[in-house]
Design a protein around this ligand. Structure first.
Ligand SMILES: NC(=O)c1ccc[n+]([C@@H]2O[C@H](COP(=O)([O-])OP(=O)(O)OC[C@H]3O[C@@H](n4cnc5c(N)ncnc54)[C@H](O)[C@@H]3O)[C@@H](O)[C@H]2O)c1
Length: 424
């Protein structure tokens, strides 16, 4: 049996959806009026599809809204927390999560799995929430399983998003809890994706902040376009959507929503700067574009920081091999390549730098950087103490089988996902 705490958009959809899948589900909310309304089969908010399923699951007895928290906790193996996590000036207010935990922990006898479905900042479950539970005498992972299972539904299409979502992201403190959640989601078409607790929390923010950034980007560009006049904003965006990189499965636009050493080449740096300057010359601020360029300048520094950390800050005399000089694979174009600031940084710190690129070495020589050009990939890697991947040439993947992983700085995220630190 499952108890859902908080019967708002996420909680009620989750509770009714799980009941619809023939689980026995209790639904609890501190708002007694809301609970009695739901008990009568009446929706507290508009959400197409949920209302009908609510009535059906009340009738079959699979869904049981209740104000009797003690019995619901006692009779449930899994408790899903779906309460609100509003903003505060400092960040996120977790008071409803703590209140929910305060409500359930005194009634816990025997092992339960507590699942956080509310959106909480990365690290909250492993940190504050685990700490709160353990302060009440339970050992997380042993007495209580803790899981993070963020919800990706959109209001207005919550029912289909919950039942037919394509990804079910779960992080858990222990294998047993993970197994319990796997069982709950067995009948769902979405892929069950096991990650660390903190990765699960992060993915939710990764998703929402990208959406927010895209909307603000569109608005910033539209505001400037309106300022310029003679631009048909609506058509411009329709034409943008016709870029074939949006299409296909997976859409190749995904390559642009992937971290690396920063963008380079002949177009993106030049054109982003041109747009920004054009706006600035008209006294028109474009803070997002400005930040886009700033982040791109900072990114090679972040890669350098990683190399430094691996070498305990002692770079002098270290043999570092940089794999990849072109700004992206399948080209010899080294204009604005992020490999250059990375190499310059390494040289400044006294490292001995060897480089290798299948096609871009001749072009890179024009930079005059004091590096050794290796005649082959194997030669480049052979005597290195550290290897830095700067361009995602597919053939560089073999470095992961021939060089110690701990000394590879995977600037393009080409290797296997890093093992997540987990509370087992
Ligand atoms: N609304 C969305 O589209 C959406 C989508 C994905 C994730 N989320 C996240 O899910 C969480 C819930 O969002 P929501 O929109 O469903 O919120 P909501 O405000 O609609 O519902 C929260 C419910 O929790 C109840 N509650 C508060 N304290 C409680 C307690 N101690 N015990 C039991 N119930 C309690 C409230 O009475 C309320 O009914 C948030 O963290 C939100 O960020 C929301």
């Amino acid at each position: 049996m499952i108890l859902v705490m908080g019967l708002g958009y996420v909680g009620l959809t989750t509770a009714v959806g799980l009941a619809y899948k023939k689980n026995k589900v209790f639904g609890f909310d501190v708002d007694a009026d809301k609970v009695s309304k739901i008990k009568r089969g009446s929706m507290p908010f508009l959400e197409p599809g949920v209302g009908q399923a609510l009535q059906a699951t009340l009738k079959t007895g699979h869904f049981c809204p209740t104000m009797d928290l003690a019995s619901a906790v006692r009779d449930s193996k899994v408790i899903m927390i779906c309460v609100g996590t509003p903003s505060t000036p400092e960040g996120v207010d977790l008071k409803y999560i703590y209140a929910a935990l305060d409500g359930i922990l005194p009634h816990i006898k025997g092992r339960k799995v507590i699942v956080i479905r509310s959106t909480v900042p990365p690290g909250t479950a492993c940190g504050e929430i685990a700490g709160f539970i353990e302060s009440r005498g339970f050992k997380v992972g042993r007495d209580i399983g803790l899981a993070s299972n963020p919800e990706f539904l959109r209001e207005g299409s919550a029912w289909a998003d919950f039942l037919e979502g394509n990804r079910i992201v779960v992080g858990a403190s222990d294998k047993k809890s993970l197994g319990v959640l796997r069982g709950i989601y067995r009948g769902f078409p979405g892929t069950f994706l096991q990650v660390s607790l903190t990765t699960a929390e992060f993915v939710k923010y990764l998703s929402n902040t990208l959406l927010a950034t895209l909307i603000s980007f569109s608005n910033e560009m539209a505001t400037f376009a309106e300022h310029l006049e003679d631009i048909d904003v609506k058509t411009s965006f329709k034409l943008l959507h016709m870029d074939k990189r949006w299409w296909g499965q997976p859409a190749s636009m995904a390559a642009y929503v992937y971290p690396g050493c920063g963008f380079g080449g002949a177009c993106l740096p030049k054109d982003t700067l041109a747009m920004l300057r054009s706006a600035e010359s008209r006294k028109f601020p474009m803070p997002l574009l400005k930040s886009v360029l700033e982040v791109n300048t900072q990114r090679p520094q972040a890669v350098l920081k990683q190399i430094n950390a691996r070498a305990d800050g002692k770079m002098t005399g270290k043999r570092v091999t940089v794999l990849g000089l072109s700004f992206k694979p399948n080209t010899n174009d080294v204009r604005h390549t992020p490999a250059l600031p990375i190499i310059e940084g390494l040289l400044r710190e006294g490292a001995k730098v060897t480089v290798y690129d299948p096609v871009a070495m001749a072009d890179f020589q024009a930079t005059g950087a004091a590096v050794t050009y290796a005649p082959s990939f194997e030669q480049a890697v052979k005597k290195a103490q550290y290897v830095v991947i700067c361009t995602a040439w597919p053939q560089f993947k073999k470095v992961f089988t021939m060089f110690p992983k701990a000394r590879i700085i995977d600037g393009r995220y080409m290797g296997e996902p890093q093992a997540a630190r987990r509370r087992e």
